[in-house]
Design a protein around this ligand. Structure first.
Ligand SMILES: NC(=O)c1ccc[n+]([C@@H]2O[C@H](COP(=O)([O-])OP(=O)(O)OC[C@H]3O[C@@H](n4cnc5c(N)ncnc54)[C@H](O)[C@@H]3O)[C@@H](O)[C@H]2O)c1
Length: 258
């Protein structure tokens, strides 16, 4: 059983993907404040470097690695950077994602389908594969994947590819939780409701959803803030959640509880 004293992630090394913006940037700041040493990864190098500066200015320890999570070699290099720089990999927050086009399924394109599945689902798979190799050798680790309320229920916003991908992330997380429990590795998913980020702005700008409707998805009647998702991910990554695995945890202001 884990102790209760000290910062949540003291002495842990964590990878965060999608760290250039939104929930991933908030996670970088929250994980660092909880004592983690970080490998920040994103396809957006400028945003990723800006996050790195924010973490370092707050006294955190981190490196940034430009990484497209859909490219196997880049993902493997990201994980190698964690091991080379910090000697081990304790936690991974696989969070990079994209919504794609908001269009009804019959009007959607093959390229949108492929891109959304590639980033959200295949990207999570590639990250997990590389991370689990290191964690298996250590016989310890905690993985948290970002799904969505669209990974738990259907959403009527022209986001069928996204919804399929996010349901896939939940399935992948549960399968890996069972496969790796005997190696002392936990795998969970967080399922955010509507959170104020560029991704949500993109959905609103597409006309699929008004800001008021986005707020109204949550019985708490407001949008989530990125740190509220980041804190849940930090807890799931930490030893405080030592008996939690295979969970798809809604962090959604009650959106899916009805
Ligand atoms: N904002 C919401 O309302 C909401 C709700 C549920 C789930 N989510 C999920 O939360 C996660 C973070 O999204 P966000 O809302 O912070 O959006 P965001 O757009 O602010 O951040 C997403 C980040 O992922 C990065 N990214 C995109 N494609 C990538 C790739 N191929 N390789 C590496 N990085 C890539 C982007 O550059 C960006 O920095 C996503 O998985 C998203 O699906 C968001």
């Amino acid at each position: 059983m884990s102790g209760t004293a000290g910062p949540l992630l003291e002495g842990k090394t964590a990878i965060i993907t999608g760290a250039a913006a939104g929930i991933g940037r908030a996670a970088a700041q929250v994980f660092a404040a909880h004592g983690a040493r970080l490998v920040l990864a994103d396809v957006d190098a400028r945003g990723g470097e800006d996050t790195l500066v924010l973490v370092e200015q707050a006294g955190g320890k981190a490196v940034f690695v430009e990484t497209d999570v859909t490219v196997t070699d880049q993902v493997d290099a990201m994980v190698e950077t964690a091991v080379r720089t910090f000697g081990r990999l304790d936690c991974a927050f696989n969070n990079a994602g994209t919504d794609g086009d908001s269009v009804p399924l019959a009007q959607s394109t093959d390229s949108n389908w492929q891109h959304v599945i590639d980033v959200n689902l295949t990207g999570t798979y590639l990250c997990m594969r590389a991370e689990l190799r290191v964690m298996s050798a250590q016989q310890a680790g905690s993985v948290v994947n970002t799904s969505s309320i669209a990974g738990l229920v259907g959403v009527n916003m022209g986001l069928s590819a996204y919804t399929a991908a996010k349901h896939g992330v939940v399935g992948l997380s549960k399968a890996a939780a069972l496969e790796y429990a005997h190696k002392n590795i936990r795998v969970n998913a967080v399922c955010p409701g509507a959170v104020r980020t560029d991704l949500l702005d993109h959905v609103i700008r597409s006309g699929a959803l008004t800001e008021e409707a986005a707020r109204g998805l949550q019985p708490l009647d407001r949008l989530g803030a990125p740190p509220e998702i980041a804190q849940a991910a930090a807890w799931l990554c930490s030893d405080q959640a030592s008996f939690v695995t295979g969970v798809a945890m809604p962090v959604d202001g009650g959106a899916t509880c009805g």
